[in-house]
Write a protein that binds this ligand. Structure first.
Ligand code: PMV
Length: 353
């Protein structure tokens, strides 16, 4: 296993001066949450996620050698986003020591999401992982021999946005120093979980589409002064151990109990930092989900990211019943009745092969 970026590549003298690459990369939904970081995007606790199918970003990158340093332009859905371009340029500039070719390069990114950008879904995981894959692809075209392309992409995706490192792998990914995991990049988990999770469904109920009042990066920072941070990290580690055995054995009830506790703990941490992202609609959905689970005995569980939207996770076998329940009982709590039906997927796709 390679623990540093430089150990994962071998440069060659061969250099291509211009070209175009493109990668599609999906979003992911965390089951055990990453919340709190230190140093250079090192997570305070390990996390595990399911990789999605329908919520993804397509990013193309045209590159051209220049003589005056790294220059990044970023276009989102055809329109230049100068602020995001500056963020990407800063991130990529920090990678020049390990990707020297970036030091003399014009990069033009063109990106679009499969989901509406106003939907309130976190897009940083899919966006940053797609960019990381494009950079690794350029490096590959330049003739550098990389020992593990995906590990390298996961490593630099993490430096762009923590959770992005997990989007690199099909089905499920682990990030953090536990079992075979690593703090610096995610590792694939597909082979270590029961096949029931390979086709797991995720219905994303969009309760509120407005931008969040507190960003995730500020949220991570607020954990530094949260008196309950240490017990939270400890609990997340315990939940990781428990969820490994639940997922390996296909124990949906155990997995579901853990993911709901994780979602509520994440939001409890936010409340202890004196802010609240859940909305009345989020709570109404949670109550109805717990009620129908009790009466129908469905393996239907919720999780929540750093926002008010609710993800419902369930096995493929009960898709029809759950869809009916959502349409009749839950849709009314969603903004513009918006629901994204997603499911576990196969990870990133190279768009120019
Ligand atoms: O990757 P970031 O910095 O946007 O943080 C994401 C944090 C959560 O989505 C709330 C949890 C997770 O593990 O994805």
């Amino acid at each position: 296993m390679h623990s540093s970026l430089s150990a994962n590549s071998l440069s060659s003298d061969y250099e291509v001066t211009e070209g175009r690459v493109g990668w599609q990369s999906p979003s992911n939904i965390a089951l055990v949450k990453y919340w709190g970081k230190r140093a250079n995007q090192i997570p305070e606790n390990p996390s595990i996620s399911l990789t999605l199918t329908n919520s993804y970003t397509n990013t193309y990158c045209s590159f051209k050698n220049n003589n005056d340093g790294l220059k990044v332009k970023f276009f989102f859905e055809g329109k230049e986003n100068i602020q995001f371009g500056a963020r990407i340029e800063k991130w990529l500039a920090s990678l020049i020591p390990t990707f020297p070719f970036l030091g003399n390069m014009d990069l033009v990114f063109e990106s679009e999401n499969s989901f509406p950008h106003s939907a309130g879904i976190a897009s940083s995981a899919s966006a940053m992982s797609a960019i990381a894959l494009c950079i690794c692809e350029i490096e590959r075209i330049m003739g550098t021999h990389v020992v593990d392309f995906y590990q390298r992409a996961s490593h630099i995706a993490r430096l762009g946005s923590g959770s992005a490192c997990r989007s690199i792998y099909s089905t499920a990914a682990l990030w953090g120093a536990i079992e075979a995991g690593h703090d610096e990049y995610a590792v694939p988990m597909k082979d270590k979980i029961d096949p029931v999770f390979h086709t797991f469904q995720d219905a994303i109920l969009i309760v509120d589409q407005k931008p969040k009042s507190v960003s995730s990066s500020l949220g991570h920072q607020l954990m530094e002064n949260n008196p309950f941070a240490r017990p939270r990290y400890q609990r997340a580690n315990e939940n990781m151990t428990e969820i490994f055995s639940a997922m390996a054995g296909g124990d949906l009830e155990k997995m579901g109990t853990i993911i709901e506790e994780e979602a509520l703990s994440l939001h409890a941490m936010m409340m202890l930092s004196n802010y609240l992202l859940l909305k009345p609609g989020s709570l109404a959905i949670i109550e109805k989900v717990r009620k129908i689970r009790n009466s129908e005995k469905w393996p239907l569980y919720f999780t929540i990211d750093a926002g008010p939207n609710i993800h419902l996770l369930y096995p493929q076998g009960i898709t029809r019943q759950v869809k009916d329940f959502i349409e009749i009982e839950l849709k009314q709590h969603c903004s513009e009745e918006r629901i994204i039906y997603d499911m576990v997927g196969n990870g990133p796709v190279n768009l120019i092969t």
